[in-house]
Design a binder for this molecule. Sequence first.
Ligand SMILES: Cc1cc2nc3c(=O)[nH]c(=O)nc-3n(C[C@H](O)[C@H](O)[C@H](O)COP(=O)(O)OP(=O)(O)OC[C@H]3O[C@@H](n4cnc5c(N)ncnc54)[C@H](O)[C@@H]3O)c2cc1C
Length: 296
Amino acid sequence: MYPSRFQYEAPRSLEEAIGLLHDGGDYVKVLAGGQSLVPLMKLRFASPELVVDINNVPGLDYHRAEPDGSLRIGALCRHADLERSGLLKTTQPTMAAAAPLIADPIVRNRGTLVGSLCHADPQGDWAAVVLALGGSVVAHGPGGSRSIALADFVTGPFQNVLEQDEIAVAAVIPAARGARSGGYLKLERRVGDFATVGVAVALETSGGTVTRAGIALTGVGGSTIAATAAAQALTGQPLSPETIAQAANLAAEAAQPRTDHRGSADYKRHMVRTFVQRILGRPEPAASDTAGERAA
Ligand SMILES: Cc1cc2nc3c(=O)[nH]c(=O)nc-3n(C[C@H](O)[C@H](O)[C@H](O)COP(=O)(O)OP(=O)(O)OC[C@H]3O[C@@H](n4cnc5c(N)ncnc54)[C@H](O)[C@@H]3O)c2cc1C
């Protein structure tokens, strides 16, 4: 199908883009990688009057470590940039594990992490990863910038808190206070598919004790789920078979899966438990070794 008729603008600055969104009418959309928006428009699930393509806006195509130790990912940083990133491989095991599991190479070449967060698909992989890491989104609008914790950014399936004239300019992952470990595991029906179940685990440890834990789930609820009780069960504890089993059980309890053509609710819950156990039960990874893999 073809999209409904729409006006297209490709501004060359952030201010121009925000002005277009501000004056653009009732239904305007930002276009980043287009890997979710364009299919929705072609199916006519989305029929914006105006599409503001931000691909000509300079200074958004980056990911970098900031002086305070945080990681900042610009709105035009593609999934493929993150998949190939040496910085992620050495400092961000959960992100490095997830990047190659997003869709297929064609989608990864265009789609962006920030676009994925904005799209807020319950089956989007990046939201679980960024949630587990305690990350946030930086939005820019006519009134300036604001930072929104991802836990507050997504309000429901395909919904976020951005105003119509705000653009998400970056995602930020806070600096780690301990040694980082973790991973992302994804069950999919075939390579390149959306997650039937995805589990992101992000740990920080110091002297054998977990100082911070984040666990988040993809595809097993109406939106990405933060398994906070599971993460709390690990915090302040050494990783042991008992704490791992407890966290895995609590994560499975936090899941809200539904039985569908991909599997029964029980099966999906079982996979959440198994993935948490698998990621946490691995020996401490070397800097370049991450726990990302597809599970068939
Ligand atoms: C075949 C296929 C398979 C896929 N498989 C997966 C998968 O396995 N896992 C997965 O996580 N995703 C998957 N995706 C989705 C893909 O990752 C998209 O790239 C991603 O969801 C959206 O990023 P984008 O840059 O393409 O955003 P776009 O499509 O450009 O935009 C998506 C939405 O976010 C808004 N938006 C985008 N950027 C901004 C911004 N900077 N500020 C404000 N609003 C913004 C848009 O207005 C739109 O509403 C798949 C897509 C396809 C086509």
